[in-house]
Design a protein around this ligand. Structure first.
Ligand SMILES: Cc1cc2nc3c(=O)[nH]c(=O)nc-3n(C[C@H](O)[C@H](O)[C@H](O)COP(=O)(O)OP(=O)(O)OC[C@H]3O[C@@H](n4cnc5c(N)ncnc54)[C@H](O)[C@@H]3O)c2cc1C
Length: 378
């Protein structure tokens, strides 16, 4: 029997995006009896705004399957993906990238949350976590309304994670520069020059890498919003920071202009992505990071699938902590790097290094064909 000084919860998860919800579901599948001792705290109320390209494919489906859940949400199927490589856009390649489709993130994340609730997982929305501290054998999680105590705390609170920031508490500990600035621009598609057959085409344009020497690409993904054909476009640069905002904006303007779109047809919104870097801190005593808080795909910025995958690693690490009664999580990084998502993140880090260091079309094409997109089409 627990004493009144025992923590209220075994696990508190901060953030109810794909990483947080996946962690909660995996955990309750591994230890069904833990359900009443796990809670997810979310600062917003779903459907909450999420700036994203919304591109999902086979890897996301794989991790949804591993969660063992079925979600029926609307998506837009992409018929082909065109890769633009050189300066003037003349060198185009079409790749069969498999089952690429687009979702509206707000709907996707709300569906995930509903699924978790249907499984009996408690999520409290409108509950922003402001900080945490240690007291005895517990972490005390602070919110403006009240404090919560827990044996284990999971930081699934996204790229600007408060939990992650607290882990870099010693003056000697410096975070690697592993955030990527992105701009997204959503616009209606009916005023555009696209012909019917091109409407379902995704574009990934590396010509900005060549022209402006940034490690990144611009994208254009078709998406249907309430039956209205729209384009989700944007640009991301893995070597950029906030100060490069004007450069990214310039690239976005050029990318849109090449497609007959002007900035006054939509709204430019910026949000970073944190990419996986092995020198990052991923855990501390009683604390784990998952998803964007830990770092996702350094190649494409694909984060949904990896965030779902992180949930599997974290849930297993938590089970191990309870069984061994060792809550230090000193082996979490090894566990992550040895896990299939860690292996994939390490692979993508290598590919990203090769790809974004190349500034000639032939090299980039070779890298894409040999390493990244083995199934070429057309
Ligand atoms: C412009 C852009 C385009 C992208 N395009 C794609 C794409 O096409 N495909 C893809 O797979 N990935 C894409 N990504 C990456 C993807 O969006 C992220 O990697 C993914 O959302 C990470 O999931 P997460 O659960 O870790 O974080 P999030 O989805 O950000 O969820 C974190 C949650 O924590 C909550 N939270 C934050 N702080 C607190 C707090 N203090 N207290 C309580 N709750 C808190 C937030 O409200 C949020 O609900 C894109 C990202 C950007 C920025």
């Amino acid at each position: 029997m627990g004493s009144s000084r025992d923590p209220e919860y075994d696990v508190i998860i901060v953030g109810s995006g794909p990483a947080g919800i996946s962690t909660a579901i995996h955990l309750t599948q591994l230890i069904p009896s833990i359900k009443n001792r796990v809670i997810v705290l979310e600062k917003e109320t779903h459907p909450r705004k999420k700036i994203c390209g919304g591109g999902v494919g086979a890897y996301t489906d794989y991790w949804l399957q591993r969660l063992g859940i079925k979600m029926s949400i609307k998506s837009t199927t992409i018929q082909r993906t065109r890769i633009v490589l050189d300066h003037d856009g003349h060198v185009d390649y079409c790749f069969d990238v498999g089952e690429l489709r687009t979702v509206i993130r707000e709907e996707f994340d709300e569906a995930l949350l509903r699924t978790a609730r249907d499984l009996g997982i408690k999520v409290i929305e409108n509950q922003p976590v402001t900080s945490f501290f240690y007291r005895g054998e517990a972490a005390v999680v602070q919110t403006p309304k009240r404090n919560f105590t827990t044996r284990i705390l999971v930081g699934a609170d996204g790229v600007q994670s408060i939990i992650r920031r607290k882990l870099y508490k010693n003056p000697g500990q410096r975070s690697p520069r592993n955030t990527c600035s992105t701009l997204r621009f959503m616009t209606r598609a009916d005023s555009l020059y696209f012909s019917d057959q091109r409407e379902q085409e995704a574009i990934i344009d590396f010509s900005c890498t060549f022209r402006h020497r940034i490690r990144g690409y611009a994208w254009s993904f078709p998406v249907s919003i309430g039956g209205q054909a729209c384009l989700n476009t944007g640009v991301g640069g893995f070597s950029t920071s906030q100060k490069d905002g004007p450069l990214l904006r310039k690239i976005l303007v050029e990318f849109l202009a090449a497609r007959g779109i002007s900035l006054n047809e939509g709204k430019v919104e910026g949000w970073p992505i944190r990419w996986f870097h092995p020198d990052s801190i991923f855990s501390a005593d009683r604390v784990l990071l998952v998803g964007d808080a830990a770092g996702v795909d350094p190649l494409w910025g694909e984060g949904i699938a990896f965030s779902l995958g992180y949930g599997h690693v974290a849930a297993n690490a938590i089970v191990h902590a309870f069984v061994s009664e060792d809550f230090s999580f000193t082996t979490y990084k090894d566990r992550l790097v040895g896990h299939e998502i860690g292996q994939e993140l390490m692979n993508r880090l290598q590919w990203a290094d090769k790809l974004y260091r190349s500034h000639n079309t032939a090299d980039v094409k070779d890298i894409l064909l040999s390493l990244i997109l083995p199934r070429r089409n057309g």
